[in-house]
Structure formats: structure tokens, C-alpha cells
Design a protein around this ligand. Structure first.
Ligand code: NAD
Length: 326
């Protein structure tokens, strides 16, 4: 029995796959290796996973109808962690169609695969804090209304939750949706601010500070997210008398950090000051994210332990090694 991890060449997918392999699971990783960001970083992540004998890889595009079934023919999968998606809020303003293909069709293809796979025990999938849109009440709780997404990316993630609910209702497919809050750490995504800020500070280049720095993010360290994903995977929901087997949890840190404090912490760790270029708020962005994590604590024992200084210091040390490799 193997766990399918979609998006295994991605940031979170690589870490989740590695944690599963470390505890002795067979893992089938799937990814289309698209060039949204540097493909060599995805190749390097996959090389790490390939060191484990329990890992195998399938290259397939979830946006193509039937590609998932064809790629997995003959494999026995009993759990799925679906992390493949076109990520990024700002990119969705310029490139809406890639979000429909990967996040809407792709999610549906995973649901169809799961419903037709005998013995499929649980589908865990990535949602996002972005579904909370510009909600003013913090911290964001799973019971809050989420019907006003401010980017197409957020709209596709909310649509994924709705499709999942329908498949749980119609077919009894056990599922857990995880709303991740700004995940950071080694092997991270070059399109995210912590990555580009680190690069620019080290290279002596200016950094662009949106909304004049008046933003707060609930930065969540990758190891805490991985622990939450595994805890979710191991605790499938049961169908209640009136409710389908589908749950949604926030996975955040519950300690939002002001952007300017974040930048000064990063500068302190790198030992260099940077030039800041203040820019207005970007379309699709929100001022604050802040997770209420009580539900995940109670149901999954989720308990993030990494503070921003520790997490950023581990990222900076990984980045220093990685960017100076031959
Ligand atoms: P990532 O871009 O590093 O990983 C996603 C992977 O999916 C990539 O390797 C990409 O090649 C692959 N992929 C994209 N479209 C595909 C398709 N059509 N078919 C097959 N593979 C495809 O992103 P990540 O940060 O690791 O995010 C993982 C998941 O978590 C995503 O669903 C993302 O939306 C969600 N998420 C991430 C964050 C965060 O802060 N990193 C926050 C909220 C939600």
C-alpha cells in the first residue's frame, strides 16, 4: 500500500514525502515539473527523495483529463496527499487559466481517481489561508464566512473545498482539507517574500515592501506543517449521521508577525541591512493573516513549536549552502 503525494517536487510536497518515507511508508510522488519557478530546484528536491528506496516518481499533468489514472496504472494507492497546485496570489492576476487547469480540473481529477480506487482510505488536500479574503475579524476560524475571495487563486482553493464536500456527500469519500498559512523553510519557494528578501539582502539589492510595510503574516515553519499533514492523514474523518466525512482545518502558527519586524529579523540573521522600496498594496493581497488553530489542536494534536527567529535562521543557513553550491 502506498501514499500518493501530488506536487512531490514542490516545497511542501517534498517535505511531506520525505517524512512519510522516513517513517517507512511507500510513496509515489507525482508532479508535472512546470516552470512556474526554477525547475532545477524541483529536480534537486526529487533527487533527495530518490535516495529513499520506498520512493517512485510519476510525471503527469493533473490538468489533463485521464493523465492521473494513466500515470498510476498498476499501482496500489490507499491514501492521497494532494498538494499539487498552481500556487501564488499575484501570479493569478496575470495568469488566470493555469489556475483553472491545475487547481480546478486538477482537483477534480484527484477526486475522480479517489472515488474509483477501491480501498482508498483518505484524501488530504491543500487549501489556503487565502480563502479568508479580506476578513477583518482575527484570528481566522474555520467557522468564519469565506465567500469573498480577493484573488482567483483563493477562489480556486475555496472551489476545491466545495468540490471535496460534494464528493464526501455523494460518495462517502473521506477527506481533510488543510488551510495552510504562509509556509516557509529550507527548500522553500523562490516566488515567496522570505525567499526573495533573503536573496536580495545577501546580494545587496533593494527589497520591495508592499502596502508600505503595513502587513502581518502568520508565518508557519515547514516542519510544523508536515507534522500537521501527517496527523491529519492518520486521522480520517468518519461520516456522522447527518454530516459527510469531510473536515477542514487551519494549519498556521497563531502568532502573526509584522512585515517590518520580519525584515529586521532577517537582516539581523544575515548580518546586513537592505534598502527598502515602499510600494502600494498589490491586487489580490490581504493586510493580515492569523490562524485560529484550536480545531486542529483538539482533533489532531497539532501544536506548532518553531518561532520565527529559529525558523528563519534555519532557512538562511539552508539558503547560504544551497546558493553557494557548485
Ligand atoms: P509548490 O509550487 O512548491 O508545489 C506545487 C507543486 O505542484 C509544484 O512542484 C508543481 O510543479 C506541481 N504542480 C502544479 N500544477 C500541477 C499539475 N497540473 N499537475 C501536476 N503537478 C502540478 O507549492 P507549495 O508551496 O509546496 O504548495 C503546496 C500546496 O499548498 C499547494 O496546493 C498550495 O496552493 C498550498 N499552499 C501553500 C502555501 C505556502 O505558503 N507555501 C500556503 C497555502 C497553501
Amino acid at each position: 500500500m502506498a501514499v500518493l503525494v501530488t506536487g512531490a517536487a514542490g516545497f511542501i510536497g517534498m517535505h511531506v514525502a520525505e517524512a512519510l518515507l522516513r517513517r517507512g511508508e511507500e510513496v509515489v510522488g507525482l508532479d508535472n515539473l512546470n516552470d512556474y519557478y526554477d525547475v532545477s530546484l524541483k529536480d534537486d528536491r526529487l533527487s533527495l527523495l530518490r535516495n529513499h528506496p520506498g520512493f517512485s516518481f510519476v510525471r503527469a499533468d493533473l490538468g489533463e483529463e485521464g493523465a492521473l489514472e494513466a500515470g498510476l496504472a498498476g499501482r496500489v494507492i490507499d491514501r492521497v496527499v494532494h498538494l499539487a497546485a498552481q500556487a501564488g496570489v499575484r501570479y493569478s492576476i496575470q495568469n488566470p487559466r493555469s489556475y483553472a487547469a491545475s487547481n480546478l480540473t486538477g482537483h477534480l481529477e484527484v477526486l475522480e481517481y479517489c472515488r474509483h480506487t477501491a480501498g482508498l482510505k483518505h484524501l488530504v488536500y491543500a487549501s489556503s489561508s487565502s480563502v479568508y479574503g479580506g476578513n477583518k475579524k482575527v484570528p481566522f476560524s474555520e467557522d468564519d464566512r469565506v465567500d469573498a475571495p480577493v484573488s482567483l487563486y483563493a477562489a480556486t482553493k475555496k472551489a476545491d473545498e466545495l468540490m471535496s464536500h460534494t464528493y464526501a456527500h455523494l460518495y462517502g469519500l473521506p477527506q481533510t482539507g488543510l488551510r495552510f498559512f504562509t509556509v516557509y523553510g529550507p527548500w522553500g519557494r523562490p516566488d515567496m517574500a522570505y525567499f526573495s528578501f533573503t536573496k536580495n539582502i545577501m546580494e545587496g539589492k533593494p527589497i520591495r515592501v508592499f502596502n508600505h510595510g503595513k502587513m502581518r503574516r502568520d508565518f508557519t515553519y515547514i516542519d510544523d506543517i508536515v507534522a500537521g499533514v501527517l496527523a491529519a492523514l492518520d486521522n480520517p474523518p468518519e461520516a456522522g449521521a447527518e454530516s459527510p466525512p469531510h473536515r477542514v482545518f487551519n494549519l498556521g502558527n497563531n502568532k502573526p508577525v509584522a512585515l517590518m519586524d520580519f525584515i529586521t529579523t532577517l537582516e539581523g540573521l544575515i548580518g546586513k541591512k537592505s534598502e527598502w522600496i515602499y510600494e502600494p498594496m498589490q491586487d489580490g493581497d490581504v493586510v493580515e493573516t492569523y490562524a485560529d488553530i484550536e480545531r486542529a489542536k483538539a482533533a489532531l494534536g497539532y501544536a506548532p513549536v518553531t518561532n520565527i527567529e529559529e525558523g528563519l535562521s534555519r532557512f538562511v543557513s539552508w539558503y547560504t549552502d544551497y546558493s553557494s553550491r557548485e
